[in-house]
Structures are given as structure tokens and as C-alpha cells.
Design a protein around this ligand. Sequence first.
Ligand SMILES: NC(=O)c1ccc[n+]([C@@H]2O[C@H](COP(=O)([O-])OP(=O)(O)OC[C@H]3O[C@@H](n4cnc5c(N)ncnc54)[C@H](OP(=O)(O)O)[C@@H]3O)[C@@H](O)[C@H]2O)c1
Length: 310
Amino acid sequence: MRAVAFAELGATPQVHDVAVPEPAEGEVRVRVHAASVNGFDLAVAAGYLDGMMEHRFPVVLGKDFAGVVDAIGAGVEGYAVGDRVFGVVTKTFLGDGSFGEYVTVPVAVGLARLPRSVSFVDGAALGLAGTAAVDAVDAARLEAGQVVLVAGATGGVGNQVVQLAVRSGATVIATTHTGPETALVTSLGAAEVVDYRQDVAAQVLAAHPGGVDAVIHLAGDAATLLPALRAGGRFASTLVMSPDQLPTDAATVVPVFATPTTATLDRLADDSAQRHTTVTIERTYPLDQVGRAFADFGAGTVGKLVITID
Ligand SMILES: NC(=O)c1ccc[n+]([C@@H]2O[C@H](COP(=O)([O-])OP(=O)(O)OC[C@H]3O[C@@H](n4cnc5c(N)ncnc54)[C@H](OP(=O)(O)O)[C@@H]3O)[C@@H](O)[C@H]2O)c1
């Protein structure tokens, strides 16, 4: 099968012909129709996970996917060949990625059904970013009437966070820089915007002198955002790995580690099918243009970049 992979550390990822994977016990094989780019993929390609995760070469890149089940491993119940699915590759090693024609995934975590009304492109963009968004909003424990600052609102995770926070009844302040970014987050429900190239905390405090109830931190320097929070507020972050990295007595710092349980993926799929949330797709690319997609991702995105696989 065709897959974007690298044969050794330091090699540029490119389309290789690799063996079609066989589903192990508890796994299904998915014929991938679309996969989306996450920062994790760029980190793997750059070799940043060397020494942190086992690499099984050739390492096929990619975490997010959407497609159709085409083979069933031993012991799998509840899925059949032909089911539309989406999710996140959660294996403890690197190698079985989703940027190829087929991927094998365990049914226990990182897999859920994709409703007919949600396209493969949208489904492929939902998994990791959506899960991080759900987990971040849950970690912020937003209540109706509260005010939340979303730092990084313009990215794949942030787009989902804004919508979920609005649905929880909170007033959302979103970070943006350009007019189109402001138009996007406003269309997703943000009530106010602040320019992230200026002092974000100062702009927030000018409008909310007592500070906001929660900060959801997806981009930028955490320490500079902390003053925007009221005493006793919650600071949920996908970038701070431990509260020790952001010492404060005034607020609760909650690191977020996206966990794509079936329940969370079902919730994302349902929200998307009901049009409670939308996925912003900035651009799609064929498999042989993953390099261009990575360059574009690195240069900054508004929403998600999706790889389509015929
Ligand atoms: N912990 C986990 O489990 C987990 C899971 C998923 C993601 N993550 C992390 O969460 C972060 C967000 O992910 P993502 O996929 O949404 O990334 P993304 O698509 O790259 O989005 C980041 C967004 O933040 C904007 N931005 C850049 N600098 C900023 C600043 N100083 N203040 C405010 N916004 C700024 C970027 O805008 P420009 O385009 O203008 O640069 C971009 O729109 C990433 O760091 C990712 O690695 C963690």
C-alpha cells in the first residue's frame, strides 16, 4: 500500500510502498479515506520522539483517520466490514500511522462510528483535536455565565473548544491576530477577541478587571496568561505537562492529556452530526503532498489540514 513513512531517523517522510497491515487480536483494519495533520506528526517526523517512544521502521506517520472497516481481527465484536469509522491511532509505539491506505487500530480505544452525515474529511479532523478540546473544556469545569479565555482559539483544537465552551453557556474571549481569524472565531460563537501579538492578559483585564473564570491554554506563553485569571480560577492547558511548570497559589492548573475514549469520540461524532459543532477545514492535500501540508501547518493554520487518500 502507499503510505507516508520514513525508513530511518533523519530521513524525509515520503510516499513508500509498505506492506498492508493485518489486524491483531482486538483490532480492525480501516481503509483510510482521509487523515488530518497534528503537531504530533511534525514532532515525530522531526525526530523529537527519539528515545521517548519505540520506532518500528518504516514509521508510517499519522494519528487521525476516517475510513471504512475492511478487515476484523480475532475477538472483535460490535464492528463489521463496511462500517464507517474515525478515530485516533493510540499505539504505544510509532509505526502504524494513518497516512496510508490502511491502518490497524484497537477497537477498545481511539475508534468510533462515523455517522453518514459526517464526511470522511470532517471525521478525519475530529479525533485528536476534538478529544483535546472535549478534555480541555471538561478540565476547565465551565458553568453557564462564566467567562473563559481561549488562547489558541484559531487552531484545530481551539475551534472545537470555542464551540464547546459556548454550548456550556460560557462567554468566550478568543485570541486572534487577523481579520479572517476574528471572523472565524466570531462565527463559532466567541463574544470577544484579543490580539495575541499584544499583551493578552492586559487586554482581558481591561474588559474584565476581576479576571476571567477560566483560561484554556492551547498556544502562547502560559505564564503571561495567568494574570488574566481571577483568584480561584482554573487554567486548563494542553501544553503544560504538570502544575509544577506553572507555579501559582491563586489558581488551579490542570494539564490536559487527550484521551480518545469511545465515549468522547461518540460525543464528537454526535455533536458534528447534529451540527452542534462544525469542523473548520483550511485545506486538503493528496497523500503525496504531506510535505507541503507539514510546511503549511508549521507556518500557522486556521482550523485543520486534511490528507485525502483515494
Ligand atoms: N496534550 C495533548 O494531549 C494535546 C492534544 C492535541 C494537541 N495538543 C497541543 O495543543 C496545541 C494546539 O493544537 P492545535 O492542533 O490546535 O494546533 P494548531 O492548529 O497549530 O493551532 C495553534 C493556533 O494558535 C495560534 N497561535 C500561535 N501563537 C499564538 C499565541 N501566542 N497566542 C494565541 N494563539 C497563538 C496559531 O495561529 P497562527 O496560525 O497565527 O500561528 C494557531 O491558529 C498544540 O501545541 C498541540 O501540540 C496537545
